[in-house]
Design a protein around this ligand. Sequence first.
Ligand code: GLA
Length: 666
Amino acid sequence: MTPGPAGLWFGGDYNPEQWDEKAGVQDDTLMREAGVNSATVGVFSWSVLEPEEGRYEFGWLDDLLDRLHSNGVRVVLATPTASPPPWFTLAHPDAMPVTRDGTQLWHGSRDTYCAAAPAYRAAAQRIAAALADRYRGHPALAMWHVHNEYGTVCWCDHAAAAFRAWLQRRHGTGREGLAALNEAWGTTFWSQRYSSWEQVLPPRATQWRANPSHSLDYRRFWSDELLASFCEQRDAIRRHTPDIPVTTNFILADFQVVDFWAWSRAVDVVAIDHYLGSAGPDSHPDIAFGADRARSWNGGRPWILMEQSTSLIYQRDRILIKEPGRMLRDSVGYLARGSDSVMFFQWRASQAGAELFHPAMLPHAGPDTRVFREVCELGRVVSQLGEIAGSTVSADVALLWDSDSWWAMEDRGIPLTDVRYLDLLRADHAALWRAGVVCDFVHPEADLARYRLVFAPGAYLISDEGAQALRSYVEAGGNVVMSFGGGMVDSSHHARPGGYPGELRDVFGIRVEEFRPLPPAGTVALTGGNQGTVWSEELRCGGAEVLASYAEGPLAGHPAVTRNSFGAGAAWYVSTHLAAEARDRLFARVLAEVGTGPVARGGAPGVEIVRRHGDGGRSWLFVLNHTPAPAVIEVSGVELLSGRQAAGQLEVPPGGVAVVREPPVG
Ligand code: GLA
């Protein structure tokens, strides 16, 4: 079953067990006022639902589902397994997570569980099955939300046993399997050769640098172990409610514990939680960066924005306010890129607990507030846009996204230590955003043929299969732009011999002979007035054309940016981290050469334009004006938020949005 969400969903996490009944009555009224049609309930309710092992208290949840249903609110019902209750710790101390350095954690926060511990897995399945059994057939139940933001990693003995079993599935069992493991991990280096499986442990704290091949396999294993835990709950639920979609909320933060491609295949619909990292103009492309990934993971189908925040943005330890209008614009930004929902953490601000000052749709100060008024306005906008539900976004440009490369690149002890995978992807994605180009993300081993142009930033690790896919793609007429450090290692995290990018040297017509990371904050001038930062490389051209060279330092006169014709396609290589202006210039040239470009011509900087397509030739043009000046765009159709006919030109106010239903094509 692969259902999309039905209609547009508007609402958020709802935890009324934290308040008395009077608050519930007010919630009903205010949810109606705000146009809330969805509520995620029970996310952290385990200790209330099962106060003692095996004794359930469902009465309050029965009442809640009935109440929400009679108020016209559909329910996303969570399994509470991200936060086992205190009784669980004492009954099963071995199921608590153990850190890399051997510290056992205790309850007192959340996410205190080891997904490899049999007692945890059994308890999680039990409560999931009990909930599914209880609420099957309930008319409010619209979707299952298993767990919350899977991400806890453990290094305990249960994890060690599960890791060995995973390794045996990957590398084989017995002596032969062990030989394959020794080979894959390069254990001859530093006397790490294993002579029996019992010696194989998680990459626990050790004296100095750990073996990167070992660490990479542990990351892969842990993603799979968490996924197995998710799938057990999903399957237990499906036995009771086979027709209700099951999802879990992916957290898009700066850490990555799970492989979102593999997880996306296991959920019925992709749901993300997206909290921005900064408040300034640099954060505008970040909405698109989250949304484009969610849409791609969901195979292009409409996806769910499960959580965002109404008024605050985390920036390291500080918390910044979203200025008036920003929440609406951000929300429409997600809708523009294929979300069929606008949901928040959370409906009513908690008065106690670790997130007592976390923003909410209904703040501590109550409904007579700017935030609640903006929530009500957003609710009206979402209902005015109902007709876009189910429509999709198309792109002919893609960026590679690969957990293996992220995990490998951010290991310690490799020369790219100061380079963050996400920063590299953000830089390319933001340049495309500035150019008005909507792009997908794609796995390197996927069929790339449907894209005219593929960017490969942060592709430090490229598997043999990935290299083959890129080669065939370019050979058949595809175009690829790879950034520095590409293809340095294979899927075992072994260096590619003969110069980088390994098997792809002839595709790019270059050979990277030596890398030369720049000092912190260092820059290097390139010809044509361009500048690089972070990294430089000594390249030898074997057929590629030089588009820019280093203009100073030890590499002066050496190629920096190249282009190679290969088969029917072309491959560009960028050996340094280009500054934004230089990147924009290069991308404009590449886009023009491959014959693709922005969604709409004539857009001004800071004015984002995206199109969703429906069946029967229908389409909607979304315009987000991130600038402080009015934006005038060329468009015809009905602007849905004002109901006005746009005949040729439409003015979008500073910081405002417009959604135009275009005349159907064909
Ligand atoms: C996550 C969680 C929520 C809440 C928010 C805070 O997304 O799912 O429970 O902690 O972060 O921003």
